[in-house]
Structures are given as C-alpha cells and as structure tokens.
Design a protein around this ligand. Structure first.
Ligand code: NAG
Ligand code: NAG
Ligand code: NAG
Ligand code: NAG
Ligand code: NAG
Ligand code: NAG
Length: 429
C-alpha cells in the first residue's frame, strides 16, 4: 500500500475553490476545451500486448493497474461492476475516495472537498461511487496514471429501469397504466419534469427521463440541442475514458477490462444473480416510438452507439483468442455460481459452509490456476452497502479527522454481512 501511493506525485488540492469557480463559469458558458490532440491512429496491432495502455515488466508479465475511477452511471447496471472494483480495492489495500452521504461523492453537484472522507496521506487510488464526471476536478484528486472507466446501457432499457427505480408512474400523472414507458415516449413533454432538485445538498439541476446517462458523464444538459457540442463531448470522452463497459455486452466488457488493467480472471468474477433486479413490463415498441425516444434522449443514444462501436473495435484488436476467453469466463462464472450456492448457507442467517471445500479452476493461457472458496463466495455475494461499510471501517484516516467525517463513517450499515462475519472475515465491527 505504502509503496503504491508513495511514488505517486499529484497536485495537492490547493486552489479548490478557485477551480470550482472557474468550472462554474466554464459550465455556464458551455464552452469546451478544443485543444485536444488527435486520437492516436489505430494500428492493426498484434494481440495481446500492444494496445490498451498495458505496461509490461522485463519478464513480459503485465503489471496490475491500481489507480482507477469508475463513472458509476445511474441505473446502467453499474452495481455489478462497482462490486468488482470495491472487492479489487479491498484485496489490494487501496485507498478509496469514500462518500460522506450515501453513495454520492458530490453527485448531483460537482465534486467538492467536503463530499468525501479524507485519507491519511491525502492520496487516493480509487473512486467508484456516484460523482458527476468532470475531468479537471478529478485530475486534482486522482493520481496522473488513473484509468478511467464508465458504463452505458441501451437507452430504452435504461429508461425502463429509471421508471421502475424512481417510481415515475406514480410521479407522472396521466400515463397509460398498460404501458407507461410507451405512453411517456408518445408525449414526453407532457410528463417530463425538466429539472429535478433532490431534497438535500443539491444545486445543479438534473433530469431523470432524458439524457440521464449523459448527465452523469458530465454533459451539460442545456446543450442537448447543439449537435456540435454533442460531437465535441463524445470526442472528448473517447479520449479521456479508457474503457466504457456496455451492459448488454458485460462479459466482453469485463474481459476487456481485465486485459486493460492487467487483472486476473479471479478479479473480475461476480455474482451472476443481478443485484438490482426489478421486474418491469416489457412490451415491444413500435419503430415510430423507438425513433421518437432516440430523438428525445438524443445524447444518450449517441453516447451509447459510439461507445458500443468502440467497444467492438477494441475487441477486434484483441485478436482471435478473445471470444474464447469470454466463453471461458462465462463458464467459470457459471461454475462459481453453482459452487457458491453450496458454499454459503442462508438459513437462518448467512454463514460460510466450511465443509464445501474449494473449486479449483485449472491454469489456462489467460490465467494461473486459482481456487474459489466460501470466503470468496461471500465476497461475491456482498452488495454495495456491505463493501462500503467494510471500506469505511478499514479506511486509513488522518488523525485529526473532524467529527462530521467520523459520524459519516459510523453511520453505515450492511445488507449481507452480520456482526460475526464482519469480525471474522474483515476484522472490523
Ligand atoms: C493510454 O494510451 C494513450 C495512447 O497511447 C495515451 O494517450 C494515454 O495517456 C494513456 N492513458 C493512461 C491512463 O496511461
Ligand atoms: C494488505 O494488507 C494486509 C495487512 O496489512 C497484508 O497482509 C496484505 O498482504 C496486503 N495485501 C496486498 C495485496 O498488499
Ligand atoms: C453493439 O455493436 C455491435 C457491433 O456493431 C453489434 O453487433 C451489437 O448489436 C451492438 N449492441 C447493441 C446492444 O446494440
Ligand atoms: C450453466 O451452464 C449450463 C450448461 O452450459 C446451463 O444449462 C445453465 O443454465 C448455466 N447456469 C447458469 C447459472 O448460468
Ligand atoms: C455444504 O457443503 C457440502 C459439500 O459441498 C454439501 O454437501 C452441503 O449440502 C452444504 N450444506 C448446505 C447447508 O448447503
Ligand atoms: C489535520 O492535519 C493536517 C496536517 O497536519 C492539516 O493540514 C489539516 O488542516 C488538519 N485538519 C483539520 C480538520 O484540523
């Protein structure tokens, strides 16, 4: 840990207020930096070592990346990826930027220093909770070699998820009950609440049912009608974000992530049972309505189309063994799920089944042999709340931490873990 952070030189957060003011005006005027270099030309690289920012030691082994930021886009299936990142950070003793309030690091506003819990040495490796992506601010907080990762979901499927999670049927009066999402898309202006202000701590307006993914990615929604602003923003993001995961192609996205980060297959395992599963009615939508939604959430669709296309371009460049690794990964996920149903007992409370032994995954061209045991099964089962609790309890804090931050740390709770598991597995209370 000490080694990982000591060699990081990063600007201290000195002129924070000034930066915020500058950003405010930048946001206000809607101007962007235009002075970007051209995107590096894509060579028909030989797999697997020539692309995706991988660095290799003299032995040819690749060095795992430990500094990363995940733009946790709301309702885009980011929970799965988030738990992978939290687990990786925990296992590698990394320092997280941890939210003071719920899972929001400043969101829906721009990040401020009082939105996260300080760390002992003032440096951070990982940020994975909700924050509005703003590269200038993040550059002041994260190390220079931070890898930036985001996630996107097919916008109609995303809208359905938003409808369910935020109970929009109750909030938008007059929607047809038989198919509220279609009814909304037919005449969105009639129902849409243009800007939402949350009950607490919010000044920036955001919106739920239009370009909501773009908001999390830092696009100023007031510019949604300006095609040149959208083009420019997408160009900027594709230069700044190292990998955008696509929910509809999660296995491919994660294998790409693994290769880009030089992580192991074990690192990207997850609980295949979706955590935020909520059922919603799914009736096929007419072509006309699909087109209408595309016009309505125009920025989200363009982001999605662009980054799905670039995901597949990246996959192409990975070479012939990529689909084999994806299939292998799915197979391991499958075996893990089956093993873990036995390795964890659920009645009356969650406990490890110590007689379950372990599942050994033999060495392949992509990884060494590794074991899956009941402790790993438990870690895969843990939800965001559990990880957040553990990470807050193990966070290395400055000695003079103010009482407000101390309160934030004491106010967490867990979903899956109980006191004895917290103590026995994580040595925290
Ligand atoms: C990734 O590689 C590109 C092109 O080689 C480079 O411009 C960029 O700075 C690298 N990103 C990181 C995080 O190292
Ligand atoms: C993390 O810290 C623990 C306890 O200090 C140590 O045993 C472990 O080896 C560390 N892990 C890594 C990956 O550095
Ligand atoms: C993403 O792009 C690929 C390659 O063009 C395409 O086959 C796939 O259908 C797209 N995925 C979605 C969900 O649109
Ligand atoms: C695991 O794979 C088997 C056969 O390939 C399949 O029938 C089963 O549905 C899969 N189970 C899970 C949990 O994905
Ligand atoms: C514990 O694991 C053993 C060995 O796999 C299995 O036979 C047993 O049914 C498991 N116990 C429970 C309660 O799942
Ligand atoms: C805590 O100590 C550090 C270093 O001594 C100092 O920079 C910081 O202002 C202090 N914070 C508080 C809240 O007193």
């Amino acid at each position: 840990m000490a080694n990982a952070t000591s060699n990081i030189t990063r600007p201290t957060i000195k002129s924070w207020g000034f930066v915020l003011m500058v950003l405010f005006f930048i946001g206000l005027c809607g101007t962007y930096r235009k002075n970007f270099m051209k995107e590096p030309t894509v060579q028909s690289a030989q797999p697997p070592y020539t692309i995706l920012n991988r660095t290799f030691t003299s032995e040819g082994a690749c060095e795992a990346k430990r500094n990363f930021m995940f733009v946790k886009v709301h309702k885009a299936g980011s929970t799965t990826a988030n738990c992978i990142f939290q687990r990786f950070g925990y296992e590698h003793n990394l320092t997280f930027v941890l939210p003071v309030i719920r899972s929001d690091v400043g969101w829906p506003n721009l990040l401020r220093q009082e939105d996260f819990i300080p760390s002992a040495d003032g440096t951070y490796n990982v940020l994975v909770d909700h924050t509005v992506y703003n590269r200038q601010l993040l550059d002041h907080l994260m190390p220079p070699d931070t890898m930036y990762i985001a996630i996107l979901r097919q916008p109609l499927s995303h809208l359905r998820s938003v409808f369910n999670s935020y109970h929009l049927v109750k909030k938008m009066r007059g929607l047809q009950r038989s198919d509220p999402v279609a009814s909304f898309i037919k005449s969105p202006d009639q129902f849409h609440v243009p800007y939402v202000k949350a009950l607490s701590h919010t000044r920036e307006p955001y919106t739920l049912a239009k370009n909501y993914m773009a908001y999390d990615l830092g696009f100023p929604l007031g510019l949604s009608d300006s095609q040149s602003s959208i083009d420019e923003y997408i160009e900027t993001l594709s230069r700044e974000i190292d990998l955008v995961l696509i929910l509809e192609h999660m296995a491919e996205s994660l294998v790409l992530l693994r290769r880009m980060m030089c992580w192991t297959l074990k690192d990207i395992l997850y609980n295949v049972a979706p955590k935020n599963l909520k059922k919603y009615k799914k009736t096929p939508m007419s072509t006309a309505l699909l087109k209408q939604h595309r016009r309505w959430s125009n920025v989200d669709y363009q982001l999605y189309d662009h980054f799905n296309a670039t995901l597949w371009q990246k996959i192409q460049r990975e070479g012939a063994d990529f689909p084999h690794e994806v299939r292998h990964f799915q197979n391991v996920l499958n075996q893990t799920a089956i093993f873990c149903t036995k390795a964890i007992m659920k009645v009356p409370k969650i406990e490890l089944n110590l007689t379950a032994g372990k599942l050994t995954i033999p060495k392949t061209t992509w990884h060494e042999e590794f074991d899956i045991d009941s402790t790993l099964c438990l870690k895969l089962k843990m939800e965001w709340h559990d990880w957040s609790h553990v990470l807050k309890k193990t966070h290395k804090m400055p000695p003079n931490l103010s009482s407000g931050f101390r309160r934030a740390i004491s106010m967490t709770n867990t979903r899956v873990l109980d006191k004895s598991l917290l103590l026995n597995i994580f040595h925290v209370d």
